[in-house]
Write a protein that binds this ligand. Structure first.
Ligand code: PBG
Length: 341
């Protein structure tokens, strides 16, 4: 400090020829010309929560702006998404009845299967992705079949996951997304689909899913909170990143068409590492319910500029290496991006 203060002002100027990165930031046009990361509505996947019944739109309290919808409202939703340039949805179903075996998860007339058909009828071009997991369908809220100690059984659960994926594929899903972190799920689902002539159905694996506190609001939306215990015996420890590469490698070997890392914001290093290790596969990141709720709550208190913060977060997830972003912000972000044009 003292040294600077003692110098005459002109001695503090940059010497001619020195690099000045600010030259390329001077105008909006220059900034957009050199922008490295793009954000566009077709990078987004919008999650939808489907409930039984008709004319039902239930707001999810902890996720302002997100509603559970009945099947008859999906056609209207599809049209809205289309007008915003959003090309993909990820479906979660809330069944009319839950039981220990999660039977509605693969019922031909289950709520999710009906939702897939309704969306495909309304908008054949829309990419319909489905969550393949048992937690919304079991009365205990766990992601698989349990043994007498409440431990999620691996191989017994795999068979059910295969059935769920086939039922989604038969209803018209384009992509199935197993989210349970059950070992071997991708291989079993691929074999089950192919065995039923559903080779066209792609598998987007939640290859790297952490046991995160940020799924809290989702569990209200999907009504799938575990009745006891937690998910730490199958979801990953937030402290581990090398293990993420092992998980991703196993799913690639088993035939995953695309990978997903979840949550996004606390795990951008993991997004980057998976992207670098498997550059040949599309990579998705899930900007989860708790991440959405944080921004919504801060914005509602007037503590953040919502639009700027949301677009910054989504850009950051893309910059880390995600090709696709699963996000509850999709509709508002798409509308803001359209306004910018
Ligand atoms: C499981 C599933 C969960 C989420 C997506 N799929 C919940 C969990 O693992 O407990 C969370 C998504 C979010 O928080 O937005 N079917």
């Amino acid at each position: 400090m003292t040294e600077f203060h003692s110098k005459p002002l002109d001695a503090l100027r940059l010497v001619p020829g020195v690099s000045r990165p600010r030259r390329l930031r001077r105008t909006a046009a220059l900034r957009s010309l050199v922008r490295e990361t793009t954000l566009s509505p077709d990078d987004f996947v919008y999650p939808l929560f489907v409930v039984p019944g008709a004319k039902t739109r239930n707001p999810v309290t902890s996720m302002p702006g997100v509603d559970q919808l009945s099947v008859d409202l999906l056609a209207g939703e599809a049209r809205e998404l289309e007008s915003l340039g959003i090309e993909a949805v990820l479906l979660f179903g809330i069944p009319s009845a839950k039981d220990p075996l999660g039977l509605e998860s693969y019922a031909d007339d289950g709520v999710l299967q009906q939702a897939i058909r309704a969306l495909k009828d309304a908008s054949p071009e829309l990419v319909v992705m489905t969550d393949v997991c048992m937690c919304e369908y079991t009365d205990h809220g766990h992601c698989g079949l349990l043994d007498s100690d409440g431990y999620v059984l691996n191989d017994e659960t795999l068979e059910v996951l295969g059935r769920i994926a086939v039922s989604h594929g038969e209803a018209g899903a384009d992509v199935v997304a197993p989210s349970g972190m059950i070992d071997g799920m991708v291989g079993v689902i691929r074999a089950a689909l192919d065995g039923e002539g559903l080779e066209r159905v792609a598998v987007l694996s939640y290859a790297v899913k952490y046991a995160s506190a940020f799924y809290g609001p989702f569990r209200e939306a999907a009504e799938g909170a575990p009745a006891f215990g937690d998910r730490r015996s199958h979801q990953m420890d937030p402290a581990n990143a090398r293990e993420a590469l092992r998980e991703a490698a196993l799913d690639v070997e088993q035939g995953a068409d695309a990978l997903l890392v979840k949550p996004a914001l606390g795990y951008l290093d993991v997004v980057r590492r998976v992207h670098e290790r498997f550059p040949e596969l599309p990579l998705a990141a899930y900007n989860v319910s708790g991440e959405y709720a944080m921004l919504k709550a801060a914005a509602a208190s007037g503590w953040l500029d919502e639009r700027a913060a949301v677009l910054e977060v989504l850009t950051g997830i893309r910059r880390a290496g995600a090709d696709l972003v699963v996000t509850y912000h999709a509709k508002e972000a798409a509308a803001w991006l359209q306004e910018r044009l």
